[in-house]
Design a protein around this ligand. Structure first.
Ligand code: G4P
Length: 534
């Protein structure tokens, strides 16, 4: 299948991770501008709307509409076919944010040069490490006062436990930002802000080599001397660029720039595309699936409920892992044990959704889900059965005790809660051996509580009472064969709660890290995990 190979080799599928406000949207927009996928910056999402906490369904709907269209974007650049996966932030931070990373082959981590590593980046980074995917760092906002680049690299290394390799080096920052030195090309790219009514927007780039006699004059003697020293130090520090380590997520190539002023974005994109891998092979039970294999295979990593409650259908987002998808083709849904045609296959192109005729390994497509898919399910060519490894369930951090107001509505309550949990928006836990009269709902972003409550009332016609619980951590107990008697005997702090998930696995709810440490120290051999395989 030579034509499949060429198509698949062109694919680059990555996620952008950052703490809110570091500049992820701005950087994404610049990428899309270069790819010609949008005509003007400022078109990617209605950010103003999405920033407010919402309890009104119309708002949520609008927001979800927006997050649907911006959750995956495909565009072409320099012979590559690029799929960007957006990882929602702020209020709509949810398990989907984590799961999105399961569909990516690499990640771009955007860091605010004035702030360094922040909470949300830390969380998302953990998931990248779980998968050993390559991580590229863009240190943004160099046109503003920034922390020392050495400090920033040191923080990334210490806090995230990954090596760093500066691909370029900044010359000053803020009002003194003069540009970056490209270490490989031995070229200084100069930053010349253009003052205009609209503020600093475009920059001109000029090239100098480090030995160019005009360079000290251009950037100032002081910064020139500092740059010479820095470059000498970096070269002498023995940091080797090692592509193998990059590919295994052990070393992060670091680029400095300024997304807003468009400085350093295109060189970053070009180098990143060269270094980041084409679609990776994926682990299935008992074997590895090669993306270039002839047979189609894919897995479901996200399910989006339909906003229209008249049709309770959904869109399932699938990541194609091997072969080619063709509209109308029959596939086998492994977990459902049946063959089916995937209808309304669609791809999201920055601004619009398009029905597609074909897609290849590496691509992400949305397909109509008549309510049969679950997160992590495998789709494959008929008769070529395989099962991809499940997508881990991540530990939620916010918990509410939920009960129905009208006890006559038990059936709807159970159905609604289960269906919403199946989509992966919430997780459900129960007291040991209790029925579903009362459940504990766990989420990773507070918006999910509002969405859950609204949907229970509007789609399932059940009013629910929700009470916030004082827990912040949940851990699965990983000890094989642990039974209820053993669970009862655990030595735990009085504020630790024992619960079960829908699969009957035991978990512990903690209010603080101290109680987790207590549990681990006083129960020899106890295995606690932040993730659980579906
Ligand atoms: P996010 O998606 O990671 O949340 O960040 P976003 O791109 O929205 O950027 C957050 C704010 O930082 C925006 O300003 C944006 O213009 C600004 N910004 C992004 N990159 C740079 C940069 O390189 N330099 C400087 N100086 N600012 C940058 P805002 O005022 O909050 O929003 P807006 O009104 O500009 O949209």
């Amino acid at each position: 299948m030579p034509d499949n190979r060429a198509e698949i080799e062109k694919r680059r599928t990555f996620a952008i991770i950052s703490h809110p406000d570091a500049g992820k949207t701005t950087l994404t927009e610049k990428f899309l501008l270069y790819g010609g996928a949008i005509a003007l910056a400022g078109m990617v999402k209605g950010k103003r709307n999405s920033r407010h906490a919402v309890s009104d369904w119309m708002e949520i709907e609008k927001q979800r509409g927006i997050s649907v269209t911006s959750s995956v974007m495909q565009f072409q650049y320099d012979g590559f076919c690029i799929n960007i996966l957006d990882t929602p932030g702020h209020q709509d931070f949810s398990e989907d944010t984590y799961r999105t990373l399961m569909a990516a082959d690499s990640a771009v981590m955007v860091i605010d040069a004035g702030k360094g590593v922040e909470a949300q980046t830390r969380k998302l980074f953990k998931v990248c490490v779980l998968r050993d995917i390559p991580i590229f760092t863009f240190i943004n906002k160099m046109d503003r006062d920034s922390r020392s680049p050495y400090d920033l690299l040191d923080e990334i290394e210490k806090e995230l436990g990954i090596g760093t390799y500066p691909m370029n080096w900044p010359i000053g920052s803020g009002v003194d930002f003069k540009g970056v030195y490209d270490r490989e090309k031995d070229k200084v790219l100069r930053f010349i802000p253009e003052e205009s009514g609209a503020g600093r927007r475009e920059v001109q780039e000029q090239d100098f080599s480090l030995d160019d006699p005009a360079l000290p004059g251009a950037i100032g003697e002081y910064l020139y001397d500092a740059l010479k020293d820095d470059v000498e130090l970096l070269d002498g520090a023995g940091y080797e660029f090692d592509l193998e380590r990059v590919r295994h997520g052990k070393l992060s190539p670091v680029f400095f720039g300024s997304a807003l002023t468009n400085f350093g974005v295109e060189p970053f994109l070009e180098q990143f595309l060269k270094l980041t891998p084409p679609p990776l092979s994926r682990q299935a039970e008992g074997r590895t699936v090669d993306p270039f294999a002839e047979d189609f295979s894919a897995f479901v990593f996200k399910i989006q409920a339909n906003m229209n409650k008249a049709h309770r259908d959904r869109i399932a987002f699938i990541r194609i892992c091997s072969g080619k998808f063709e509209k109308g083709m029959e596939v086998e849904h492994v977990q459902g044990g049946r063959r089916m045609k995937l209808s309304q296959p669609q791809q999201l192109m920055a601004q619009s959704r398009e029905i597609i005729d074909e897609a290849y390994a590496g691509d992400i497509i949305g397909v109509f889900d008549p309510g049969v898919f679950s997160i992590g399910d495998t789709l494959c060519a008929p008769g070529k059965k395989l099962k991809f490894q499940g997508i881990p369930t991540f530990a939620p951090e916010l918990f509410s005790l939920v009960r129905q107001k009208d006890t006559m509505k038990r059936k709807q309550f159970v159905k609604g809660a289960n269906q919403i949990a199946q989509e992966g928006a919430i997780q459900i836990f129960q007291e040991i051996n209790s029925g579903m009269e009362e459940i504990i709902v766990g989420v990773v972003g507070s918006l999910q509580f509002d969405v859950f409550q609204y949907r229970m009332e509007n789609e399932y016609n059940v009013e629910v009472h929700m009470q916030t619980l004082p827990y912040s951590f949940i851990r699965w107990i990983d000890n094989e064969g642990l039974d209820e008697a053993a669970l009862r005997k655990l030595n735990l702090t009085s504020d630790t709660k024992k619960v079960q998930d829908l699969k009957g696995r035991y978990l512990l709810l903690f209010s603080n890290q101290w109680s987790i440490n207590w549990a681990l120290e006083r129960n020899e051999g106890l295995l606690l995990s932040e993730f659980s395989e579906n």
